[in-house]
Design a protein around this ligand. Structure first.
Ligand SMILES: CC(=O)CC(=O)SCCNC(=O)CCNC(=O)[C@H](O)C(C)(C)COP(=O)(O)OP(=O)(O)OC[C@H]1O[C@@H](n2cnc3c(N)ncnc32)[C@H](O)[C@@H]1OP(=O)(O)O
Ligand SMILES: NC(=O)C1=CN([C@@H]2O[C@H](COP(=O)(O)OP(=O)(O)OC[C@H]3O[C@@H](n4cnc5c(N)ncnc54)[C@H](OP(=O)(O)O)[C@@H]3O)[C@@H](O)[C@H]2O)C=CC1
Length: 278
């Protein structure tokens, strides 16, 4: 299987890593060499950790040897499946899929790891809606079980089957749902994180207390504010905007505090500061 990944950020790097772990031949692309170097360093660290715990088949070097890092989209020409994991912005993703539709071989499948953007709309931009699908991995990709598989309006059964098989080969559990804003995962998760942020804004409790209440009281592995920082506050805001606009209900209104923090450049773990400092 020739597997392509676009974007070497936290999601793209993780997807490339698990694809290589499962024996696929992987190409990962980003716009600048420095982003590729950063992504490669994160993958190396994760592989070393998994190896140390005896959870890796083969050596880290063997897995890394299956990943080609590139800045050229033309390197995707021969890929069977290409998963896009760039910034959560519909216009930017659509522009990329217009290009990919021209580059990737005609029977290649194009997939988006988008958290919330309509799959049907990106599928139209790609020019190959039957061979387009949502393949939504969870963060951190090497540790999380789920892949949410989202069919667009025109996605063929064959495409859904191939992507489901690829997700299983990557050691994940694929679960299918339909194309509605935020799908299932973020339609349910993100309003909870947004509400936790609203609690901070209204002074209901300190961030640490909110996180502790949800961890100890509901057995969540991370508190909602730690999780929002982990996902990225820019991504959380982008998802809330899609829910608000796409479902047309004010119950999905992004918290003004979330908006203000993103405006201030406090994006969570990736920028060094969000609700906590890193
Ligand atoms: C926004 C979207 O569109 C969709 C999304 O993805 S939403 C986000 C979904 N993800 C979640 O909700 C994650 C919630 N958090 C968790 O499930 C857990 O906290 C977790 C799985 C991330 C970590 O597990 P944990 O039990 O808290 O333990 P923790 O000690 O932090 O980590 C376990 C081990 O995995 C390791 N680890 C963490 N990330 C790793 C990675 N990427 N690769 C390899 N190892 C990793 C840690 O180093 C740690 O190793 P040690 O045991 O040697 O210390
Ligand atoms: N964070 C999460 O928990 C999850 C995120 N997702 C989704 O995955 C996607 C990526 O998110 P995530 O990995 O967190 O984001 P990151 O910010 O970590 O990475 C995004 C990557 O895409 C690059 N990029 C930005 N703009 C462009 C562009 N115009 N063309 C090409 N590449 C670009 C970024 O470069 P630069 O460094 O310049 O920004 C970066 O390398 C989003 O759609 C997000 O919604 C899905 C599941 C979970």
């Amino acid at each position: 299987m020739n597997f392509g990944v676009i974007g070497a950020g936290q999601m793209g790097g993780g997807i490339a890593q698990v694809a290589a772990q499962s024996g696929f031949s992987v190409v990962v692309q980003d716009v600048k060499q420095e982003f590729l170097d950063r992504g490669r360093a994160v993958i190396e660290k994760s592989l070393a950790k998994l190896h140390e715990k005896g959870r890796l088949t083969g050596t880290p070097e063997e897995v890394l040897g299956r990943i080609k890092f590139t800045t050229e989209l033309s390197d995707f020409a021969d890929c069977d499946i290409v998963v896009e994991a760039i910034v959560e912005n519909e216009a930017i993703k659509a522009q990329l899929f217009r290009q990919l539709g021209e580059i990737v071989k005609p029977d290649g499948i194009l997939a988006s790891n988008t958290s919330s953007i309509p799959i049907t709309s990106l599928a139209t931009a790609s020019g190959r809606p039957e061979r387009f699908i949502g393949m939504h991995f969870m963060n951190p990709v090497p540790l999380m079980q789920l892949v949410e598989v989202i069919r667009g309006y025109s996605t063929s059964d064959e495409t859904a089957q191939k992507v489901t098989e690829a997700a299983r080969a990557m050691g994940k559990t694929p679960v299918e749902c339909n194309d509605f804003p935020g799908f299932v995962s973020n339609r349910i998760l993100m309003p909870m994180l947004n509400e936790a942020i609203q609690c901070v804004m209204e002074g209901v409790a300190e961030p640490e207390a909110i996180d502790q209440i949800m961890k100890l009281g509901m057995n969540h592995p991370m508190g909602p504010l730690t999780l929002a920082d982990f996902i990225g506050l820019d991504t959380c805001l982008a998802i809330m905007e899609v829910l608000h606009q796409g479902l047309g209900d004010d119950k999905y209104r992004p918290s003004p505090l979330l908006r203000k923090m993103v405006q201030a450049g406090l994006l969570g773990r990736k920028s060094g500061r969000g609700f906590y400092s890193y």
